[in-house]
Design a protein around this ligand. Structure first.
Ligand code: HEC
Length: 166
């Protein structure tokens, strides 16, 4: 039966614009870790859910999405200081009972740590910046990533032109 499924896959994926497939490739397979968005963001049930869910942004206009990708200001990252003295830039994940999940952003991909809530103090982030490698994405690559984000979160198949993000 398995071969039937294998035969159907190209038919289904054939409905997806080529630009979406290119964007997905940049998102999950970029050579530079800083532009491999999936190292830190999850979408289509893949990737690491350390950074914010990008689906929420998908309906903004392409230029606004570009600004969000390239922004160096942070609003969610905090500096986590553990009782042991270890300090690292972190994104807070789910809380489970007396524990909190922290994505340690000093690693790429970020490392998930579960620590007792009582053992951690938070301070404003002063060190971590969104990977500056993102600025090296070309306009066509950025347009592809945005087309992928839109398709993955809303099914929108509209082409994003490189001119729209220049
Ligand atoms: C090393 C981890 C990492 C990588 C790689 C990364 N991001 Fe992020 N990203 C984050 C974190 C963490 C934040 C939250 C920053 C904050 O505001 O505190 C973020 C924020 C964002 C935001 C703003 C979201 C919002 O809700 O404000 C966008 C858009 C974004 N990333 C897109 C991308 C794209 C596209 C790529 C690939 C080109 C990428 N990121 C690569 C970790 C990463």
């Amino acid at each position: 039966m398995r071969w039937i499924i294998l035969l159907l896959v190209p038919v289904v994926s054939g409905q997806e614009p080529a630009q979406v497939a290119r964007g997905r490739k940049v998102f999950f397979e970029s050579e530079a870790a800083g532009t491999r968005c999936g190292n830190c963001h999850a979408i289509e049930k893949k990737g690491t859910p350390a950074g914010p869910d990008l689906g929420r942004l998908a309906m903004l206009n392409p230029r606004a999405i570009k600004m969000a990708v390239l922004s160096t200001a942070t609003q969610y990252v905090v500096s986590a200081k553990l009782k042991t003295g270890a300090t690292f830039p972190a994104m807070k994940g789910a809380e489970e009972g007396a524990e909190v999940q922290l994505f340690d952003l000093s690693n790429n991909p970020p490392e998930l740590k579960k620590v007792p809530k009582a053992d951690v103090e938070y301070q404003p982030n002063t060190t971590w910046k969104h990977p500056p490698e993102s600025t090296r994405l070309t306009a066509p690559q950025l347009a592809d990533v945005i087309a992928f984000l839109r398709f993955a979160s809303t099914g929108d198949k509209k082409t994003i032109r490189p001119e729209d993000v220049e």
